[in-house]
Ligand binder design. Structure first.
Ligand code: ACM
Length: 736
């Protein structure tokens, strides 16, 4: 029997962990912590997130067409429907056709023994999932059958999500590896925010992403429904909100009910966000009297922080909110309701004498005090409707009642401050998937990292985290490619034990889960071919498409907010077509990952650079093909852009060659600081001159140039300090 544990969680105080106390005693956890941590067994499993505990055994459960299942314990039709969805996925993957009843249903076995899949659910979960519900399960897969046991329906759903990922094949057919698994989440709040406001995302986008979330055990869909650029939900009490604030692109209340039901079926909560008092332009298009400066207002079309803000001194604002939030509280069953609260620049408040007078009269001190007053009024409305308030970092204020939840987007310090102040908290800083960082960077962010300084009580207030899909640069065609597969890595961070953190193994498993996500309908892989054809145009030949595909393995969109800055003057941002190179390119481009991995030992340990030289040769060939393709004119008006990118890639290969030659030469005199800075400047110019795409390999080359220039001093540094030193030299902070 093979044996491997990937447990070792030190946390026993979260809500969810309390449920676990029966299955994992503190003693066991300690023992597991001190055991040599081994990924070897779990690493053979193509699943994400990894479970708390797994032992693999010899043998396999062979999948045959004569498949039947049996449910014991609590009756819950959601389980039958989840089994049907899961089996259909397995059929489509495998080509197997499982037995059906005359009505076309999968076959229920006569008893547990006869079933290929036996599910034992102790208690049906509530109709709508709740924070803190027990999501644990165990899986026992033997040659005879799978036994899935869970205390609740939610646990069964999580177990099925694991089971479907375990199905694999070899020459002899389809099977599941024999194993014993015990699993439960680390954090109880594991979310994905989808901004449907900046760019509209219709219901199909939401549904397929709910399917993806269920596969990786995320359990909160946070819908960012209102923004300066759009009011995306039907209000029956104040219809001018959506009628004038949305260009006709909004969810009807019927559609919202459909989304909630679809999510609940998959064990996912839906938390709505109505962002206020700032980010509120779309509210005041229909109701200009609610703003803090006279209207009229129009829907905002650009990205950034804007002045329109609700007027907290105006009782009409609360009248509207009483009605609107009451309406929303009735529509959304989750007890949590998000009121935004971020990025209020305060300009309209400062410029308004009546508002400043109100602040003085009420002793509110300043705009911050007025914001706290507004939140207090909101909280009263929410409490009347039985809801708990969630808001972004900025709502944290000494006057904020303790039962408000703070979602931290600005930094770990905000998370700590809010939990120390007695609030439950959710981490999003580090999980901003719109910023196009590689999955490994998100993966490294833990809401409760080892060695954190929070007390046990403060740690218990850290509910979990949320990936945030802000929608400045995503439309329905591209949004999946920004969410997936990277969000699966965040899902693992939030579900799996803290000790599961091997990046190479994460990437290996991410490739599997990416295919599973594709199979269930996510478009992160398949969107690219049609878009590439459109980009290349009607005259493009196969060879043109082939070299553009090659380019896309090397190229990524720019990171952070650089695309916003680069496109500020390009016209109304909301209408810019999302069909260009930065949309075709995606995060974590495969060859950039490979290059970074090959460069790592060359930079930090003076390893052999032969793989890097091979990459430069490859780049030269791709660059030459891009030039040919551009010169042919077949790409029409895109030819210029493609020629320029080809030129940059050729130059990148030249610079790379120079840096590697320097790394291999023994002369440190000619490769000192001046040489390094000149290399960095050339890389910035050549690899960063296309304003919205970049070659990330340039970053490795900058680090290598820094290493070469500092090599005589390497002995002065411990390995971690050496790394830090090189990074500081390679990526100097630019003054603003
Ligand atoms: C935010 O990103 N302004 C919450």
């Amino acid at each position: 029997m093979n044996f491997s544990r990937i447990n070792g969680r030190g946390r026993v105080l979260t809500r969810v962990r309390r449920n676990l106390a029966v299955s994992i005693s503190a003693g066991t956890a300690l023992l597991l912590c001190s055991a040599t941590f081994s990924m070897s067994q779990s690493a053979t499993l193509p699943i994400m997130p990894l479970p708390s505990d797994v032992q693999t055994h010899d043998g396999r459960q062979v999948l045959s067409p004569h498949f039947s299942y049996f449910t014991s314990g609590a009756r819950d039709e959601r389980i039958d429907r989840a089994v049907a969805r899961t089996l259909r996925q397995v059929e489509e993957r495998s080509g197997l056709l499982f037995d059906r009843t005359p009505e076309g249903k999968f076959v229920a076995a006569a008893d547990g023994k006869a079933a290929a899949l036996l599910i034992d659910c102790r208690a049906a979960s509530a109709a709508i999932p709740q924070l803190g519900e027990d999501e644990s399960y165990t899986l026992e897969i033997s040659t005879a059958q799978t036994v899935l046991r869970a205390p609740t329906t939610l646990g069964v759903l999580r177990g099925l999500a694991t089971w479907t990922q375990l199905v694999k094949s070899d020459r002899s057919g389809w099977f599941l590896p024999a194993l014993t698994m015990r699993d439960a989440p680390h954090f109880g709040w594991r979310g994905l925010l989808i901004d449907v406001a900046r760019h509209w995302q219709p219901i199909d986008v939401i549904k397929r992403n709910l399917d993806g979330m269920a596969l990786v055990k995320l359990n909160v869909l946070h819908l960012h429904l209102t923004e300066d650029q759009g009011f995306r939900i039907e209000s029956k009490t104040h219809p001018k909100l959506h009628e004038l604030g949305s260009d006709g692109l909004y969810f009807t209340q019927k559609q919202i009910r459909e989304i909630i039901a679809y999510a609940a079926e998959r064990g996912i909560r839906v938390v709505p966000e109505f962002d206020m008092p700032g980010h509120a332009t779309s509210w005041v298009v229909g109701y200009p009297n609610l703003a803090s400066a006279p209207g009229p207002y129009a829907i905002e079309r650009r990205w950034g922080v804007f002045d329109p803000v609700l007027d907290p001194t105006n009782e009409d604002v609360y009248k509207l909110l009483e009605a609107f939030l009451g309406e929303m509280a009735a529509l959304f069953p989750d007890p949590y309701l998000h009121i935004g609260g971020d990025e209020n620049n305060g300009k309209q408040w400062t410029a308004n004498a009546k508002i400043q007078e109100f602040i003085r009269e009420k002793n509110l001190k300043d705009n911050g005090g007025l914001h706290a007053y507004f939140n207090r009024r909101l909280l009263d409305i929410l409490q009347k409707n039985g809801k708990k308030l969630v808001g972004w970092d900025e709502i944290l204020h000494p006057d904020l009642p303790k039962d408000a939840v703070v979602q931290s987007w600005r930094g770990a310090a905000g998370l700590a401050a809010a939990s120390k102040a007695g609030h439950n908290v959710i981490l999003s800083n580090g999980y901003y998937i719109d910023l196009i960082q590689p999955a490994r960077e998100h993966y490294a962010i833990d809401p409760l990292p080892a060695g954190n300084t929070l007390t046990a009580e403060e740690q218990a207030r850290v509910l979990g985290g949320e990936a945030t899909m802000w929608a400045e640069w995503v439309g329905p065609e591209t949004i999946d490619s920004r969410i997936w597969p990277r969000t699966a890595a965040i899902a693992e961070r939030l579900w799996s034990p803290r000790e599961v953190k091997d990046k190479a193994d994460m990437y290996r498993r991410l490739d599997y889960v990416s295919r599973r996500l594709d199979e269930i309908g996510l478009q992160h892989l398949r969107y690219r071919e049609p878009m590439l054809r459109t980009y290349a145009g009607d005259a493009a030949q196969n060879e043109d498409l082939a070299v553009l595909r090659e380019l896309l393995t090397l190229l990524e969109p720019v990171k952070g907010y650089r695309r916003n800055h680069a496109m500020n003057d390009a016209g109304p941002s909301q209408f810019i077509p999302l069909t260009g190179l930065p949309d075709l390119a995606g995060p974590d481009a495969p060859a950039t990952r490979a290059f970074a991995e090959a460069a790592e030992p060359v930079i930090f340990e003076k390893g052999n650079p032969s793989e890097l030289r091979a990459a430069f040769e490859h780049w030269r060939r791709v660059a030459a093909r891009l030039q040919d393709c551009a010169a042919s004119g077949r790409l029409g008006p895109r030819s210029g852009e493609v020629a320029s990118i080809g030129q940059q890639l050729a130059e990148l290969a030249e610079i790379g060659q120079e840096v590697v030659n320097a790394a291999e030469s023994s002369s440190s005199e000619t490769h000192g600081a001046a040489w390094r800075d000149q290399i960095i400047e050339k890389l910035d110019k050549n690899a960063g001159s296309a304003p919205v795409v970049e070659f990330p390999a340039a970053n490795s080359l900058k680090l290598l140039a820094a290493a070469v220039s500092e090599r005589p001093r390497q002995g002065e540094f411990a390995p971690a300090a050496w790394r830090k030193h090189l990074k500081a030299l390679a990526f100097p902070k630019k003054s603003k």
